[in-house]
Design a protein around this ligand. Sequence first.
Ligand code: GLA
Length: 704
Amino acid sequence: MITRRRFLADGAVVATAAGVKLPVWARVKNVARAAANPTAGSAGLVEHGLLLGVDYYPDQTPESLWSEDARMIAEAGLTNVRVAEFAWSLMEPREDSYDFTLFDSAIAVLAKHGIKVILGTPTATPPKWLTHKYPEVLRVGPDGRPDNDQTRRHYCYNSPKYRRLSKGIVEAMVIHYKDNPNVVGWQIDNEFNCETHECFSNSCRRVFRDWLVHKYQSLDGLNTRWGTQFWSQRYAAWDQVDLPFPAPSFHNPALMLDFKRFTSDSVASFKDDQVEIIRKYRPNDFITHNGVFKNIDYYNFARNLDIYSYDNYPTFSDAPQYGTGAAFTMTRGFNGRMMIMEEQTGPGGQTYLLRSPRPGEMNLWAFQAIAHGADGMIHFRWRTARTGAEEYWSGVLDQDNIPRTRFQEFKKEGTEINKIGPEILGSRIDSDIAVIKDYDDEWVFDHQYFTREVNIGAEYAYLFQAASELKYNIDIVSPNADFSRYKVVFGPHLILMDPTLAKKIRGFVEQGGIFIVGAHSAVKNRDNAMTDQVIPITLTDLFGTEVDSFNCYQAPSRDKNGLKFEDGSVLPVNVFADLLKPTTAKVIATWDRDYMKGIAAVTENQAGKGKAVYYGSFFNLESARYLVQRFAGEKNLQPIFTNFPKEVEVTKRTKGNNNYYFILNHSNQSVTVNVGSGFYDLIEGKDASTTLELRPFEYKVLKR
Ligand code: GLA
């Protein structure tokens, strides 16, 4: 079974060592661009309504079809297409010889029908002349072998040659389209770290050492903070430090974490090369990147992008409602703005083949994205490819160009999105509940995974599902986010603790917030090293408890113990059991069974105006539901609607005094819900009735 798992998981290091050329990540200029100057570079985004479009491949389509395609794309109400993200060999058939004629003509044909263009920089698919003339650009796997160059994403981010040639094609493209009024935005490369998410090339080895020199300044610094006295791992020279190739025994956790951080920074700096070029020549265009994959800290990565793009293929999951909702929520938290660059349209597959969306599901999923904050909806793809690895990845039109049901559904969606667009654009999701997502912590558990049941991404999704079932908006945020806007914050797996985060958690609680930390949090410092402090380190007073010992239940763990609350609820353990020794905290649950029966499992400590809650296990769906209900209740948080069935998802977007309510029926049954009075139906363009009859997969957008 093919699973395209969603990766529901530190910033650049600035220092320099004598004689080492500063890598791009040390010259971060545009950091926090989107936050500092939200409109700059996003002119192309805010013109009239939600960005609405399709991924179009004139490079894979007979020119004779372009004009009719453009007419039909416009007929469907679309305003934009994305093109060129895989067309390097066409635009640079030989080294340093550029030819943009095909895209010039296609863009002109599209412009005749009022369609603007998002250009993709084609560095995900280097031409053959490049990989054969410069094999050192190829990504290298953990087995030390370079990738085969006959698919995509087979390059190394740190190859100086690849950097130079990538900048070459991007600069040539941007200069060529410098004054073209039909270009409005740019997608950098395509889905970084999809298919592969680490590289073991000589370039990466060399740059990793540079990166470590920047970070630790001296070998003593590295040896001390990595604790290399263990197993005689002490490094006496920088060139003794290597990438974590497969080895006879277990690698140092500090090395493993820094390798992930380095990988993330390498991707970010590869992206920054291109951002800098585009900003230089086309400062008003918006810049984005698409897809969410492993080993990238997207909070850092998205800082200098205008909007982040998610690629949404719900049929990778049997029941996409909550997984997809959680993924949108996560993406929205990257830099505050999100859109969909690839929305599933029809059946999809490469060597595998997924189920087809049922009639109505395509539109529902598109509106689900907008319900969670998407400011743009681009579908993948206009016409299904006739050749290549994705002959089964269906577009709006099949290979025979005959518009069928999908085209009609697509047109319906275009009409509806254009109706709500002007109202919705600029509205945002306001949440009282948040979940902290810390990439460092996820990367620690990627290596020291404890048991195969530990799944941090799933825990974010459980917390999302619990809030969504109770009809609350919820955010997933960086540890650097401003917590003060929330009432209840969850901290799953905050295994690494540092003074800045500890101070923020303390401040949030003392100001009146309820902070719920998951088990085995605040155990190590940011060097991924244990300390001599009592756990939770630096926070024992805030939580009013200490971790006396722990147990790790092997899979399947859920029936091995429970957390028994004073109201009689017993929640199944999820892998980890912390045995707590409260100091000032009140015990609200004890262990139900096993040798720890009766020992404190969950405590809550009043601190300042708020509460710090220590939950002695990892979160599962039961505990997420129980804790969200309990503490949202304590904070008297108001659900968006009440008495709605679980399969009807609701969110609320706000702009000034206006609220926009998204009501989405994810079930293949009709349901009736009561919304009360005073709502205006934005899609129907009339007052909404107090009771709504929602057909299978139907949705409503109401304004009040
Ligand atoms: C991804 C890629 C696309 C295509 C689709 C279909 O999202 O960006 O190029 O491969 O998936 O799987």
